[in-house]
Design a protein around this ligand. Structure first.
Ligand code: NDP
Length: 287
């Protein structure tokens, strides 16, 4: 018989806290489906140990890793190079270790973009983004770099929103205005895409709805949410009831994982295997 290798390809996620991060449950079934003997480890790394963890991953021949809160910005000085998008966004959520080099990528915005471009062209889109945190930043920058014609950032904390709008303008040259979030935001008739990139609606606050004027949601508007759990948020349900097309945050999460696997392995995983695996985690009782 052929000699069996017990040496597995290693990737994973570094976060703090990280116990509730479901990425492993999505990535490992995709590896198995591809016939790869790889593991995706969920690793709790306190902020002051991140440099050791990155050195450790390099020493142990890890193929790469995801970074989540609070490491997405802190990891940058520990890397050899950044992709143009990660550089423009100013945050890294995916590192590729290859040929002794550590390259920082950002797949959050790309995952969203892949979902969006499956239903409409990104080029020429007029987009409103609710929120100015990490997800909004990645999505806004990728949209601007991919030909969106006009962006509006709506955020509760004015400074954060204004900073993101000016960063997008400077890096992409695309018009991007900031609107303070006061009362119910009313989406204008010229808008093509509305994106909730806040954490409103995330488990366990599953009934929460971002403050938008629901009467302004109309057929022709595409309404998107970044919340993966539960995927059918109140915002998406209200939008569907008014004839809007919708995109859920589960698609973004799956696509982001697909891109990570492509970067680490060079292979194309099957997204449906990953989506099913996540639904098993998020909605075990409904299946
Ligand atoms: P951050 O903490 O960086 O940002 C949170 C944003 O939400 C801020 O703009 C904040 O506004 C806003 N916000 C939160 N609560 C409220 C509220 N009650 N009213 C108004 N605004 C509010 O988080 P992230 O950007 O990293 O993550 C946001 C969400 O995106 C999370 O739920 C996460 O699960 C999801 N996500 C999904 C991904 C996917 O692949 N589907 C990938 C990455 C993230 P303010 O600035 O005023 O505080």
């Amino acid at each position: 018989p052929a000699q069996r290798s017990f040496l597995q390809g290693l990737v994973g996620v570094f976060g703090f806290p990280v116990a509730e991060n479901p990425t492993q449950a999505m990535i490992e079934p995709a590896f198995a489906d591809l016939g790869l003997d790889w593991r995706y480890l969920t690793v709790e790394v306190p902020p002051d140990r991140l440099p050791d963890a990155v050195r450790g991953a390099r020493a142990m021949g890890w193929r790469g890793f995801n970074c989540t809160i609070p490491h997405k910005v802190a990891v940058i000085p520990m890397l050899d190079a950044l992709s143009p998008a990660a550089e423009a966004i100013g945050a890294v959520n995916c590192v590729v270790l290859r040929d002794g080099q550590a390259i920082g990528e950002n797949t959050d915005g790309k995952g969203f973009l892949q979902s969006l471009s499956s239903v409409r062209p990104v080029a020429g889109s007029r987009v409103v983004i609710l929120g100015a945190g990490g997800a909004a930043r990645a999505i806004g920058m990728e949209l601007a770099l991919s030909g969106a014609s006009d962006l509006t950032i709506v955020n509760r904390t004015a400074q954060r929103g204004a900073d993101l709008a000016s960063r997008i303008r400077e890096r992409s040259g695309v018009p991007c205005q900031f609107v303070p979030w006061e009362g119910r935001y009313r989406v204008g008739p010229e808008v093509d895409v509305l994106i909730n990139a806040t954490s409103i609606g995330l488990f366990s606050d599953v009934d929460a709805l971002p403050a938008v004027d629901l009467d302004a949601l109309r057929p022709g508007l595409l309404v998107c949410d970044v919340i993966p759990n539960p995927p059918r948020t109140p915002l998406l349900r209200e939008a569907e009831a008014r004839g809007c097309r919708t995109l859920d945050g589960l698609g973004m999460l799956v696509n982001q994982g697909v891109i990570g696997i492509q970067l680490w392995t060079g292979l194309d995983p099957r997204p449906e295997v990953m989506r099913e695996a996540l639904l098993d985690v998020f909605q075990p009782d409904d299946r």
